[in-house]
Design a protein around this ligand. Structure first.
Ligand code: FES
Ligand code: FES
Length: 213
């Protein structure tokens, strides 16, 4: 006796022959959609040229001219660029350090028109025509600024990461005349943190510089 089953006993098709299959449905809608686009029924998105696409994606930028350590510099920067990033990334002046990037540590201290600023919080595009002095601009050629020499003499650093900001801030502190006592120096340099805890020697370096003036 034959054990073969008749064709009619095979697994039934999941869909009756007359129902559209998923494949035929997708093919049909693709053809209809394409025809609608070709016929102008649906507006095709505008296409951009390569240069237009780059320009559309680029953030707004501005040209700014400022004097850095006595040299006139003109750069085009993203409007969001901080002075710290302008110095470090556009002008290769990496003396000012990025510690917190939030105005809390003073590692990025530079002078703008003679006043101390946290360069991480200062927008570069607002400095048109400004005079900026960084740690690189304190020495006169091979001759260190007296406070730089005092930091060496007093061994006023360990890792050195805060040191550029400490020296720029200390030089301004001396210039401003806030150096009558260790307490006054500490108060007026309180925005410059040192994780290595070199505060006693930093104050001594400032005092040494004041004595040598
Ligand atoms: Fe600017 Fe810390 S990096 S204050
Ligand atoms: Fe290391 Fe000041 S010397 S943070």
């Amino acid at each position: 006796m034959s054990t073969e089953l008749p064709d009619s006993a095979a697994f039934p098709s999941a869909e009756p022959p007359s129902a559209p299959t998923r494949r035929t449905f997708i093919a049909t809608t693709t053809v209809v959609g394409g025809a609608a686009l070709a016929g102008g029924l649906v507006a095709a998105p505008p296409t951009l040229g390569a240069e237009e696409a780059v320009a559309a994606e680029a953030p707004p930028g501005s040209r700014v001219s400022l004097t850095v350590n006595g040299v006139r510099r003109t750069v085009t920067v993203d409007n969001r660029t901080s002075l710290l990033d302008l110095l470090r990334e556009h002008l290769d002046l990496t003396g000012a350090k990025k510690g917190c990037n939030a105005g809390a540590c003073g590692a990025c201290t530079v002078l703008v028109d003679g006043s101390r600023v946290n360069s991480c919080l200062t927008l570069a595009v607002r400095l048109e025509g400004a005079e900026v002095t960084t740690i690189e601009g304190l020495a006169k050629g091979d001759q260190l600024h007296p406070l730089q020499q005092a930091f060496i003499d007093e061994d006023a650093f360990q890792c050195g990461y805060c040191t550029p900001g400490q020296i720029v801030s200390g030089a301004a502190c001396i210039q401003e005349g806030h150096t009558d006592s260790p307490e006054e120096i500490r108060e007026w340099m309180s925005g410059n943190l040192c994780r290595c805890g070199c505060y006693v020697k930093i104050v001594r370096a400032v005092e040494q510089t004041v004595r040598g003036k």
